[in-house]
Design a binder for this molecule. Structure first.
Ligand SMILES: Nc1ncnc2c1ncn2[C@@H]1O[C@H](COP(=O)(O)OP(=O)(O)O)[C@@H](O)[C@H]1O
Ligand SMILES: [Mg+2]
Length: 595
């Protein structure tokens, strides 16, 4: 008796499709790639319900004759390579002949209408209709030259996958990312993305990527991009790199391409980040477009089902070339690393007395959001190492004499991360970030509960959002309003922000507001409304709190410990990690082998 059986065609296709087609944006990616491969000059992407209901991609490319239109749905049917050796010299975006058959197997219906562009005026179009992976209808139809593929009911027949899809707007955001990414690199093609009666993104055919970049990033960022250019063995790089003053809180805006293909490449992202080391603060990321042209034999694009990853034969060379090119362009544009240590924006220097603190203090009134920017007088008494009795300033001695709750006495700060203190129970180490987060979190929760979380900005701030961010903003609209944001549309992709949550530091620059919004969007919608708000409060608390690596003055350490002790749950940070550990004399003795 045998247990092993070959799977049926339908099962095989669905399994393969699972790898290629993860979500609606994967369908859009595959269809757009096909249109680009077909030499289109115009690509229209229409979606409904974030692609879950409908995806239609229409191009003016080569089109297909009747025979090809039918073959296109066969698995491993491709016009782009002929034999295994061709994998060494792939110049098209597609090559596996898997996309259409995969899409067809996980969609309710797929309808293809196509007409050969080279067919002349006598050519007729062909319509192929596929239901549940099977061709159910083929006939001649009148059609313009080019191809239109319509996908309905994606994953209707794969409930396990459908369950994992996000809300329509969240899926739409991913689609926007795919379309805008391709619009940048294939700027010779005009793109339009249409959803729910609205044009979400539109670009025109142009000679350079300046037009799509302007439409994606807005004027402010576009003005701050410098061109990059470089050449190596069998490889060249072109692109645009943001100056040090336009950064983001996530590396999402490092857009990398290899031979016209949008890829997520860790090595390329690293190459870009490396160019900015010492130029921008750690934790910040540049905006950059990096387009690599490389001899196809030097790169393997066949390593990932969705063709999103690549492997370079000489990775180190490529990485170094990219880093050097960006550095050179930046320095030619007058961007040079400053001698002063790089400031980390968006972190308060001092917590003040957060619990009973006045509104002005909590909004960072006297404080600079930039450590090392303007340091408060107490903050200047920084302590790098544990102070010895003789080395203590009078001021520090006075503070140390002041009793802290729980009988704690601060000894100093260690590793720019822990407050070292002594208490009745032994040696106490307090994680400064965890403690600060706990304190902020409780303040924010109280403010939220009493409806006072919103804080009006002295001057409204205007933001330019990318098309993807616009979609996310709509998705988050009501939650943001409830969390204290007042964000109103102000023409095209611009928004006016009048109030923000009172999170304890200045949120009065477009960059700062932008960052907080991006962080929230990056969270993705979580669970129920209630848990979503919890998560947001935690995030805001984290954002507003001193980080590891920040040197604390004596007063700051004392204020922090005092505020922590008056928290409702002082023992853990909002994420559940401990804020402090105590080493008892007995434990210390054991460590030192005294007992
Ligand atoms: N928009 C299009 N215009 C012209 N031909 C297309 C288009 N989409 C698909 N095709 C044809 O269908 C074939 C199969 O497409 P696909 O399943 O995506 O595989 P691949 O792109 O890897 O070849 C392609 O090789 C191409 O010949
Ligand atoms: Mg393809």
């Amino acid at each position: 008796m045998t247990n092993i059986k070959l799977l049926g065609r339908d099962a095989i296709n669905k399994i393969a499709a699972g790898e290629v087609i993860e979500r609606p944006a994967s369908v859009v990616k595959e269809l757009v790639e096909n249109s680009i491969d077909a030499g289109a000059t115009k690509i229209l992407v229409e979606v409904a319900e974030g692609g879950k209901g409908l995806i239609r991609v229409t191009d003016d490319g080569s089109g297909m004759d009747r025979e090809d239109a039918l073959l296109a749905f066969e698995r491993h049917a491709t016009s782009k390579i002929r034999e295994a050796d061709d994998l060494e010299r792939i110049s098209t975006l597609g090559f596996r002949g898997e996309a259409l058959s995969s899409i067809a197997s996980v969609a309710e219906t797929v309808e293809l209408v196509t007409k050969l562009r080279s067919g002349g005026i006598d050519a007729v179009g062909t319509m192929v209709r596929v239901e549940g992976g099977r061709v159910v209808d083929v006939r001649d139809v009148g059609a313009p030259a080019g191809t239109s593929i319509e996908v309905r009911g994606l994953f209707k027949n794969v409930p396990a996958r459908r369950k994992y899809l996000k809300s329509g707007r969240a899926e739409l955001a991913k689609i926007v990312e795919v379309v805008t990414s391709y619009a940048v690199i294939h700027h010779q093609v005009s793109f339009e993305l249409f959803s729910g009666e609205k044009t979400i993104f539109k670009s025109v055919r142009s000679e350079s990527w300046n037009d799509p970049l302007l439409r994606i990033f807005g004027r402010e960022v576009a003005r701050n991009l410098v061109p990059i250019e470089g050449e190596g063995r069998n490889v060249s790089v072109a692109g645009a790199a943001g100056r040090e003053n336009v950064t983001r809180s996530s590396p999402d805006w490092i857009m990398t391409y290899v031979n016209g293909r949008f890829v997520r490449s860790r090595s390329l992202t690293r190459a870009v980040s490396e160019a900015y080391r010492t130029l921008i603060p750690t934790g910040r990321h540049p905006i950059a477009v990096v387009s690599l042209r490389i001899d196809p034999s030097q790169v393997d694009v066949n390593v990932h089902p969705a063709k999103m990853e690549v492997r370079f034969l000489r990775e180190d060379e490529v990485v170094a070339m990219v880093t050097d090119s960006i550095r050179l362009s930046l320095s030619q544009a007058g961007v040079v690393a400053s001698a002063a240590p790089v400031a980390k924006p968006l972190q308060p220097t001092v917590l003040g007395t957060p619990v009973e603190g006045t509104e002005a203090e909590e909004m960072g009134g006297g404080y600079s959001p930039i450590p090392g920017g303007s340091v408060s007088s107490e903050g200047s008494d920084l302590q790098r190492t544990l102070p010895l009795a003789s080395g203590r300033s009078r001021f520090a001695l006075e503070l140390a004499a002041e009793p802290l709750p729980g009988g704690l006495r601060v000894l100093g700060q260690a590793l720019q991360l822990y407050i070292v203190a002594e208490g009745p129970e032994g040696l106490v180490l307090v994680d400064q970030h965890a403690a600060a987060e706990r304190i902020r979190y409780e303040i924010l929760s109280k403010k939220y509960a009493s409806d006072t979380i919103s804080q009006e900005l002295i001057e409204p701030v205007t933001l330019e959002l990318s098309p993807k961010e616009v979609v996310l903003l709509e998705e988050w609209g009501s939650t943001l309003a409830e969390m204290g944001f007042d964000v109103q549309p102000f023409g095209k992709n611009a928004y006016t922000v009048r109030s923000v949550p009172a999170i304890g530091w200045r949120l009065d620059s477009p960059g700062a507001v932008h960052d907080v919004l991006m962080d929230l969007f990056a969270l993705g919608k979580v669970g129920t409304e209630a848990t979503a708000k919890e998560e947001i409060l935690k995030l805001l608390a984290c954002r507003g709190s001193i980080k590891a690596g920040h040197e604390m003055g004596w007063k700051e350490m004392h204020d922090l410990l005092r505020a922590l002790s008056s928290c409702a749950s002082p023992r853990t940070c909002p994420h559940g990690r401990p804020t402090a550990v105590t080493l008892s004399p007995a434990e210390l003795e054991k460590i030192f082998g005294r007992r």
